[in-house]
Design a protein. Sequence first.
Length: 255
Amino acid sequence: MTKPVKETLASGGIALGTMAFEFASPGIATIAANAGAEFIIFDMEHSGWGIGTIRQLLATARGSGIVPMVRVPATVPHLLSGPLDAGAHGLMVPMVESGAQARLIADATRYPPVGKRGSAFGLAHDDFTGGDIVAKMTAANERLLLIAQIETEAGVNDVDAIAATDGIDVLWIGHFDLSASLGIPGQFDHPRYLAAVNEVLAACARHGKTPGIMANDVATARQHLAAGFRAIAYSGDLWIYGTALQAGLDAIRSA
């Protein structure tokens, strides 16, 4: 299968997608793809979804043309490998705070000789097929997109080491958690928050990594693009639905 998002970002381009937290529908990935999303990130950190739900969501994403990824709840090897074996093409890992943690993530998610991912084949990740094991391992390593979330003061302090880690493709600002960690929750125009964001952007520029972030509205997304972010998740399923529903109902009532 192709890896257009990874290739686009590696060549300096922009990739736009969305996130899913609430609607575990077999059609959600195809709906997002038909709307023009290039990737979808299924959340396991805040949604309460387990691996069974993720397996179904990844299975129904197959053939949609979208790149399916999963945000895992923590840096734990089996939590990293499970979604990959279920067919995820990439992972978002929250609360990455050091170069050592970034190295653990990269090692646990790639097959030898470049990593230490456990080997199992004929599963969802390789279309339940037989074939050349070495070729499968190489293809999986090349396809994988790894996103490290920088969302604490500790992560910002060691962001250069995180960005320098081979295998990490994207440094993603977790804006709510980062502002809370800095003691200024929700104050996204505060100088301390803006300085932290600039540290991440500078580290990405130094090490050739992609900066990423989520935006809940179009104006904010445009501001992020202007600032240099190249991977943007436009909101999430429940907020998009709620906003559109409210706008429609308000319009009907006003008429």
